[in-house]
Ligand binder design. Structure first.
Ligand code: AMP
Length: 542
């Protein structure tokens, strides 16, 4: 027997309709690409998104067609998202930090028909345009006054383009499993893979993100997503914030410490979200100028492991932290760390121990750890294995790739190595390809990196496994110092001594001017392995 409840498809545009109806005057504040701070509301975003839909329809875009955006976090970008998805077209967010050849590869693979871009990326696109045969027109997110002379095909300024629409348009109803958005994962090897989100998965993910132990913002909060819309949906904030009526502050192109601080301060932001590098820049700026953020309640940090020293620095300022883990294939939320029984009264180091884990999943994400043969491993907080996940907002296949990516229980292998404790707290110990295999035992590169960045002179640290004739591999610690700081190999190793098992201690420390990052802000270990490929440990005489 079926239930007798309404068949109400979970469609993304319903979120912005709700925001416009119930929270219509709530503000969305943007540091625009042109420079000035621009203030708009959910009502205006909704109305302009309808104009985007109307214009796309007139340009021949239909259900299932791909429209790319290459843009910063701005109100205009948000309007474009909802405008594309509202007609059942697929919003393909392209990461501008990728190499130009990868951008071209991705646009061709997705067969994008229209590219909607910020002014910043017009020069890159002009160089690539003759390699992008599927693109019929370029819309530049600016007004006629700021529109540059460009060779881009059928280029038009966004404001002029939507200025030709009256907004008399209605978003239809279609199957909630229709594709809504796509995002390519920036794998360090092989071709990028297209993750294809559905309306249903995005809406369910927004509900999961709204969970109080998750992102958990309310209509009384102000959220500043530093994490870009082109990186895993900006962790779903473009859906969760409007669904709750949370005020949004969009940082545009300026993500340095001073610019982020200025917006957090002047807009009285209560929640913010970004990768550790962003928070490192913010903390350095705040410490250098002795600044405070009295309104900020919560820093959500994910994408890479949040170092213990960073957690402590925020807690010392009276700011809460939520260490999060996830991935593009998970829409992206997987787990978040927050205190729950039996740790509610944890204090000092015990509290840091909990907050430093990657946390536990909200309802809607299931996880397991297995050995290489797929057998389940115990949740004892010690045994590490391959982390696999399942849920309604987790990928089951990649776009135009035929191979099966799920195991026989329907779980997706994240490529991460983790422990899980009896309370469901998960701790990432490594990417499976970065774990250091020393004499048959595993050493977690992430644990060593987290520890090393606690040294007062260290800005960033990376650990790679380097060939060792006796142990196969031993850890090499690569360090970038804070500006103006000096220290020695011995001093760093002394700092680490006693805080980890003796056999985990790095065999050497190398100092570098800069640590390379991927397009999504993670340490680019393949480049470091390449850089240090002829390195030999001083203690490694065969
Ligand atoms: P992406 O799809 O680009 O967001 O990358 C996802 C990957 O980033 C995960 O599979 C992890 O390897 C890594 N990652 C994300 N969050 C964390 C975290 N909090 N700690 C450690 N690694 C993380």
């Amino acid at each position: 027997m079926l239930g007798l409840m309404q068949d109400w498809p979970l469609l993304c545009h319903r979120i912005i309709e709700h925001a416009a109806t119930i929270h219509g005057s709530q503000e969305v504040v943007t540091r625009s690409v042109e420079g000035p701070i621009v203030r708009t509301t959910y009502r205006q975003i909704h109305d302009r998104a309808l104009k985007v839909s109307q214009k796309l329809t007139r340009d021949g875009i239909k259900l299932g067609d791909r429209v790319a955006t290459i843009a910063w976090n701005t109100a205009r970008h948000l309007e474009v998202w909802y405008g594309i998805m509202g007609i059942g077209a697929i919003c393909h967010t392209v990461n501008p930090r990728l190499f130009p050849e990868q951008i071209a590869w991705i646009i061709n693979h997705a067969q994008d028909r229209i590219v909607i871009t910020d002014l910043t990326f017009v020069p890159i696109l002009e160089k690539l345009a003759d390699k992008l045969p599927s693109v019929e027109r370029y819309v530049v997110l600016t007004d006629a006054a700021h529109m540059p002379q460009t060779t881009l095909k059928n280029a038009v300024a966004y404001e002029s383009w939507i200025g030709e629409a009256d907004g008399d348009f209605t978003w239809g109803t279609f199957d909630e499993n229709t594709a809504a958005a796509m995002c390519y994962t920036s794998g360090t090897t092989g071709d990028p893979k297209g993750v294809l989100y559905s309306h249903r998965s995005n809406v369910l993910h927004a509900l999961m993100a709204n969970n109080r132990d998750s992102l958990g913002t309310s209509a009384a909060d102000t959220m500043l997503p530093v994490v870009p819309l082109f990186h895993a949906n900006s962790w779903g904030i473009a859906f969760s914030a409007p669904s709750m009526g949370t005020k949004l502050v969009m940082p545009g192109p300026k993500l340095d410490g001073a610019s982020v601080y200025e917006l957090l301060d002047t807009e009285k932001v209560t929640y913010t979200a970004g990768v550790p590098t962003v928070w490192l820049m913010l903390l350095q700026h705040m410490q250098a100028h002795n600044l405070k953020l009295p309104h900020l309640k919560m820093v959500v940090c994910g994408g890479s492991a949040m170092p213990r020293s960073m957690i402590q620095a925020f807690l010392d300022m009276g700011i809460g932290v939520r260490h999060a883990w996830g991935m593009t294939e998970m829409s992206p939320i997987g787990t978040l760390a927050t205190l729950k029984p039996p740790f509610l009264d944890a204090a000092g180091d015990a509290k840091l121990d909990v907050l430093q884990t990657q946390g536990f999943p909200p309802f809607g994400v299931e996880m397991k750890i297995t050995d290489d043969a797929g057998a389940k491993l115990p949740w004892d907080g010690k045994t590490f294995g391959r982390l696999k996940v399942s849920g309604p907002a987790v990928s089951k296949a990649y776009f135009k790739v035929d191979s099966n990516i799920l195991d026989e229980e329907g779980f997706f292998d994240t490529g991460d190595v983790a422990t899980v404790d009896e309370h469901g707290f998960m701790r990432i110990t490594d990417r499976s390809k970065d774990v250091i295999k020393s004499g048959g035992e595993w050493i977690s590169s992430i644990d060593l990196e987290n520890l090393a960045v606690g040294h007062p002179a260290v800005a960033e640290a990376a650990v790679i496994g380097v060939y060792h004739p006796k142990w196969d591999e031993r850890p090499l610690l690569i360090v970038q110092l804070k500006p103006g700081q000096t220290t020695t190999r011995e001093d760093i190793l002394k700092y680490m001594e006693g805080k980890i098992a003796k056999w985990w201690m790095p065999d050497d420390v190398a100092f570098v001017d800069g640590i390379p990052h991927t397009a999504t802000g993670k340490i680019l270990k393949t480049a470091l392995r390449d850089q240090f490929k002829s390195y030999r440990f001083p203690n490694a005489a065969a």
